[in-house]
Design a binder for this molecule. Structure first.
Ligand code: ATP
Ligand code: MG
Length: 356
């Protein structure tokens, strides 16, 4: 590895302009402290891009991402975007599709001193990111609906062996570093062709890793089991919709969306992105919790450490994780966790801890 790592920063909508600058400052502070170098570059997406470039995901942004080592995507308020024909593209979906970011890794673990309902939960959801029932949106008219009548709509799901195999391989990789257990969430009982293919494929991938235990559970039963016996779970692999729901569930079990990080990974690209959305209800009030996005940056640093031969990234990631854990344990908290700290005050404390 020569020269600084290049990290793009995509601010996004809603609480994005509040939490993304905190994540960027923390990245730069931790990098400097660990003796490494990262160069950040801001690229427009979302409403800011729509105003200036006529689309929420400009081609120039996509092109510039190819020349980076990874990027931070802030939350995007896709529900409020105009239709695709008027420039409203989902930046998150576009990134996932165009850069083949097949797996979304979403860890959920209680942090010391942070109140939560399920302190014993320590699991990772690997969500297949690109297909399932979320893939139909561009198949027909770009809106995700095939209107037959005003009171009837159809959805078409896409389920390929290739993509669930990739997500399962990611799950196996994680399980090897953790407690060696992978469980697939599916509904092959009611969707035998599509989810049946996922089940068969995931089972075959895991059969090649005998050191990892493979199980499968129906998505609904798994949800019940999660709250009845959270300690049983290690790595959960799930199709797109199921993984989206399960990872909000696991996030809520350990303290809420404000703490839930994720990393989207493909063969040669990675994107740090909080599990939560743009939270328009609290946007502009300076009270959003930046922890989820900051911890996503730590995940990106760990990916760089493994993939970009940049050993200092491990130290930088450790600094970021410790700063979040210590700040929360020390009692400084944003309102979603029952505290009174502002986003800015919380961010200052993270940087102070990293620098001293
Ligand atoms: P999306 O479909 O984009 O995932 P969503 O409907 O799931 O959006 P979110 O934007 O994730 O909704 O947020 C749901 C609620 O969770 C918000 O209204 C807010 O109260 C809370 N929330 C989410 N993220 C944060 C955060 N970083 N800090 C504080 N509260 C948050
Ligand atoms: Mg959501």
């Amino acid at each position: 590895m020569t020269g600084p790592l290049r990290c793009a920063v995509l601010t996004g909508d809603g609480i994005g302009p509040e939490i993304v600058p905190v994540a960027e400052r923390v990245l730069l502070a931790a990098t400097a402290r660990a003796g490494g170098a990262v160069e950040t570059q801001h690229l427009p997406v979302g409403f800011a891009a729509l105003a200036e470039h006529g689309t929420t995901f400009p081609d120039d942004t996509a092109a510039a991402l190819h020349d980076t080592d990874g990027w931070i995507l802030g939350p995007v308020d896709t529900a409020a975007y105009p239709p695709p024909a008027e420039g409203g593209l989902n930046p998150s979906g576009e990134c996932r599709k165009r850069f083949r970011l097949t797996s979304n890794i979403r860890p959920a673990r209680a942090l010391p001193g942070v109140p939560c309902r399920f302190p014993e939960l320590d699991c990772v959801v690997v969500r297949e990111n690109t297909e399932g029932f979320y893939a139909d949106r561009s198949m027909v008219d770009g809106t995700g609906e095939l209107p037959l009548r005003d009171d009837l709509a159809l959805a078409v799901g896409v389920f390929s062996a290739e993509r669930i195999a990739a997500a399962t391989r990611e799950a196996v990789r994680l399980a090897r570093e953790r407690r060696g257990r992978v469980v697939l969430a599916h509904k092959a009982n009611v969707l035998p062709r599509t989810m049946g293919l996922y089940l068969e494929t995931a089972r075959a991938v895991c059969a090649e890793a005998p050191e990892v235990t493979f199980d499968d559970l129906h998505l609904d039963a798994l949800a019940a089991r999660l709250v009845l016996a959270p300690e049983e779970f290690d790595v959960i692999v799930a199709e797109n919709l199921g993984g989206d729901v399960l990872s909000d569930l696991t996030a809520g079990m350990v303290g809420g969306l404000g703490l839930a990080p994720s990393l989207n990974v493909g063969d040669d690209a990675a994107m740090a992105q909080a599990v939560h959305g743009s939270a328009p209800q609290i946007a502009g009030r300076g009270i959003a919790n930046p922890s989820a996005l900051v911890l996503s940056v730590a995940m990106l640093l760990r990916w760089w450490q493994a993939r970009k031969a940049a050993p200092w990234c491990a130290a930088a990631a450790g600094l970021v994780e410790a700063a979040v854990a210590q700040t929360l344990a020390g009692g400084l908290r944003t309102p979603d966790l029952g505290g009174t700290a502002s986003t800015v005050a919380f961010g200052h404390e993270l940087v102070r801890r990293i620098e001293t």
